[in-house]
Design a protein around this ligand. Structure first.
Ligand code: SF4
Length: 386
């Protein structure tokens, strides 16, 4: 439900007696729920909340490589940055974004790229299915004439574009009043209304609350302002309520317990997987790699030879690439979304002329475009002799 302009400053002005912000105490983790947040007479956020936010945004918006300094950001850059930012920090994405747009400045250029070149350029960003979907989507857009569709619904129909990315591109690149809800926005909204259940369990309500705030004329700026507020002011562990432009609109701040929100989902135990990898090195420093199957975790990325990953460590011997004086080089661990993987690393020095098995190849590790997991394994192997 969209709020009307009538729930603006007049209503907010009624709350003269609300308590002062308790950010410093909340920061120190000493504040308990001094007042029941849900019973405070702080109205739900609406267009006036958005107006206050935009005043703040016009002064404090973050400079980002993909953000236009004036006017709208082009759809290609919004889409590319949003895909890269899923599960990854702004700081980590910046250099990748710069490299991608220097090499493939348009969606058509990206659509014409070699799969292997894109996967290599993506190496280190993780979640490699996103890189494969990135290419599928670029090719679908290029085939349709090279222009991204302008509505959330049409964007959603493209390969690899989920609800969040469709809303973000529609709002930021085309100013469609789509509710853009990422983790930052979930946290801000949960605190504004003192949401008593985890945002993921209340997504329809969260989206409705955001929709009610989206201002006429500046949906894209509003979406980015909410993200910026969540990233810089309403942070997970250190909300700066005293500096927040939405302090007067916030039930959690009024109750003095912003750190109690958002409520947490009960944690699921992550699976534990085990395996072994083999890192043979030639005298010139090259190591032996093969390419993983296109589907599944780290699909189509280079890897060391090794066992499958399983809840019980598989027998490694049958999975060595060849007979060699293998010795243990320690273990590494790596977290996937649903599992924690521990890999034993075996290493060996082999002769310069050692043949690669069928389908495998020798490559200097720094030139191999390794995903983080395999780069860790190689580093572990190299460090073993230090
Ligand atoms: S929205 Fe603002 S006032 Fe409310 S908890 Fe976050 S930082 Fe504090």
């Amino acid at each position: 439900m969209r709020a009307t302009a009538g729930d603006g400053a007049g209503l907010w002005g009624k709350r003269a007696a609300r308590p002062a912000p308790l950010a410093s105490a909340a920061r120190a983790g000493t504040v308990s729920a001094v007042t029941s947040a849900s019973t405070l007479s702080v109205p739900e956020p609406g267009p006036a909340t958005a107006r206050r936010l935009l005043v703040w945004y016009d002064r404090h918006k973050r400079a980002m490589p993909w953000r236009a300094t004036s006017g709208r950001t082009e759809p290609y850059k919004v889409w590319l940055s949003e895909v890269m930012l899923q599960q990854t920090t702004v700081a980590a994405v910046g250099p990748y974004f710069e490299r991608f747009t220097a090499r493939w400045p348009t969606v058509e250029a990206l659509a014409g790229a070699d799969d292997a070149a894109v996967m290599e350029a993506w190496a280190g960003l993780g979640y490699y299915a996103r890189a494969r979907n990135l290419l599928k989507c670029a090719r679908a857009v290029a085939e349709a004439g090279g222009r991204f569709p302008a509505t959330e619904a049409e964007l959603r129909a493209l390969p690899g574009i989920g609800a969040y990315t469709a809303a973000a591109v529609a709002a930021i690149a085309f100013d469609e009043p789509a509710p853009v809800v990422d983790g930052n926005v979930e946290r801000v909204v949960a605190r504004l209304v003192a949401l008593e259940r985890p945002p993921k369990a209340e997504m329809a309500r969260v989206r409705g609350l955001v929709e009610a705030m989206v201002p006429e004329g500046r949906p894209g700026d509003f979406a980015q302002a909410m993200m910026d507020l969540g990233a810089t002011i309403c942070t997970p562990r250190n909300p700066l309520c005293a500096l927040c432009p939405l302090n007067a609109d916030c039930r959690a701040a009024a109750a003095g317990n912003p750190l109690d929100y958002p409520r947490k989902m009960p944690k699921k135990a992550r699976a534990a997987w085990f395996g072994t990898v083999y890192a043979p090195f030639r005298p010139d420093g090259a190591a032996l790699f093969r390419v993983r199957p296109a589907k599944g975790l780290l699909g189509a990325m280079p890897e060391l030879f090794g066992t499958p990953w399983a809840p019980v460590a598989p027998d490694p011997a049958p999975h060595a690439p060849f007979a060699a004086p293998w010795r243990a080089a320690g273990a590494i661990s790596h977290g996937f979304t649903h599992a924690e993987l521990t890999l034993d690393v075996m290493k060996a020095e082999v002769a310069a002329g050692t043949e690669a098995p069928a389908g495998a190849y020798w490559r200097l590790p720094e030139e191999a475009g390794l995903p983080t997991l395999m780069a860790k394994a190689v580093r572990r192997a190299l460090a073993a002799d230090d």
